[in-house]
Design a protein around this ligand. Structure first.
Ligand code: ADP
Ligand code: MG
Length: 256
């Protein structure tokens, strides 16, 4: 049965999408069956997996509005090595359209339960907000992976997300937990980043993943080729660290 993880952080530009597609490609590389769900209307995870969001006939939007199943709407990315339930701008309308509907925060959960035996991992790329879309992700997840940059305000921004996760855990999804904080775009030459990294470890203990993702330009270049960095340049430091992270996730899930 698939383990479902949200990649979430309400800040934009912190590395959610990069983490989602590269963790997915890393997991595929070590033999896991993976589905990426793009819950961001920007559709970056879709494009970054080599699926053209502009030509998609069915997306996660249709799944949320219950006019399509996941099996019908998903695409297979041959190059990336995993399946993608894509998104495009249409998804921005779902927020408003769901407001008047029943079980609106559980739409994705219901839809994913039909494919739970087809995958080992489902990774959900969340938008940079704590919206109805993110809530749909959190409602179906076993865990949340929080990518963060080791910067001065990193801890401050975290408290809103932690509170939301606590509320969802208490009211909607008792399975939900923060599986871990992932340090991304890390530059060990910067003293402040080392200090914040130490702070994170003393504050969150083993909730901080052992793997650290370095700042690496190959990871930033890969999306323009429609590929995860792990596939685009497997020998790069960034790609290697994401494959390492995939192994760490497999180990953590084994002990969940
Ligand atoms: P989010 O999904 O949280 O908005 P992205 O994953 O899109 O964040 O990352 C924001 C920007 O930072 C993108 O241009 C991406 O290519 C770049 N980036 C992300 N992770 C790294 C990294 N480890 N090294 C270098 N650039 C990165
Ligand atoms: Mg993103």
């Amino acid at each position: 049965m698939a383990k479902i993880f949200c990649v979430a952080n309400q800040k934009g530009g912190v590395g959610k999408t990069t983490t989602t597609v590269n963790l997915a490609a890393g997991l595929a590389k070590v033999g896991q069956r993976v589905l990426v769900v793009d819950l961001d209307p920007q559709g970056n995870a879709t494009m970054g997996s080599g699926i053209d969001k502009r030509t998609l006939e069915l997306t996660v939007y249709d799944v949320l509005l219950e006019s399509s199943s996941v099996a019908e709407a998903k695409q297979h990315s041959e190059k990336a090595g995993y399946d993608v339930l894509g998104a495009n701008r249409e998804l921005a309308g779902a927020e408003v359209e769901l407001v008047s509907q029943e079980r609106r925060e559980r739409r994705l959960k219901t839809a994913l339960s039909a494919v739970k035996d087809d995958y080992d991992f489902v990774l959900i790329d969340c938008p940079p907000s704590l919206s109805m879309l993110t809530l749909n992700g959190l409602c179906c997840a076993h865990g949340v992976v929080v990518p963060m940059q080791c910067e001065y305000f990193a801890l401050e921004g975290l408290s809103d997300l932690v509170n939301t996760i606590k509320q969802v855990h208490a009211n909607l999804n008792p399975d939900l937990q923060i599986i871990g904080l992932l340090r991304v775009m890390f530059d060990p030459r910067i003293t402040l980043q080392n200090q914040v990294s130490d702070q994170l470890k003393s504050h969150f203990g083993d909730k901080v993943f052992d793997t650290v993702i370095p700042r690496n330009v190959r990871l930033a270049e890969a999306p323009s080729y429609g590929l995860p960095g792990v596939v685009f340049d497997p020998s790069s430091k960034g790609a290697q660290s994401f494959v390492e992270f995939a192994r760490e996730m497999v180990r953590r899930v084994g002990s969940m």
